[in-house]
Design a protein around this ligand. Sequence first.
Ligand code: GRF
Length: 208
Amino acid sequence: ARLVVLVSGSGTNLQALLDAVAASPGEAPYEIVAVGADRNGIEGLERAERAGIPTFVCRVKDFATREEWDAALTAATAAHAPDLVVSAGFMKVVGKEFLTRFGGRFINTHPALLPSFPGAHGVRDALAYGAKVTGCTVHFVDDGVDTGPVIAQRAVEVLEEDHTDEGAALHERIKEVERRLLVEVVGRLARDGYRIEGPNRRRVRLGH
Ligand code: GRF
């Protein structure tokens, strides 16, 4: 399967996908054909360049309207003919054109147990709430924010000392679990596909 990965920051989730492909040359059920970002000068893009993977950047401020940005992001992504698009720390909400084009094969990873603590501060919000367990979620992207059908989740304990560093240590512990979950989910989606079942069509089953 051809993957386009979208990043906005350090790209450690991207790196986990790159490492998984490199660790099993010729066997990985997917190849990362391009990495896209909403900003320049981030480590996620450097990781792609080091791996010799084409990159593209679509900055919202370079476009007159949000719709034009969405159209540009859609075109730049579609140019690589992906089978699956992975948002790995991509911090923008895509628009209708992107979802029309890639909905159903566009996944995101989020550092909380959705539907708890959606949005850009999931780790901080879980701590502020006093949650004792949080974790990470890989889900399909729909037209909401972190509201699409859940594919997989893993729990991570919240420790007392997590309240002393604005969640930095907790986020790192979550990211260790998250990257392994993302590699596992991407591999299974690429190899076996999925079905969505259940009364309200939200229950994801991996595999044919
Ligand atoms: C990840 O925890 C992701 O879930 C969240 O931001 C972080 C991105 O980390 N949206 P990285 O850029 O993959 O290192």
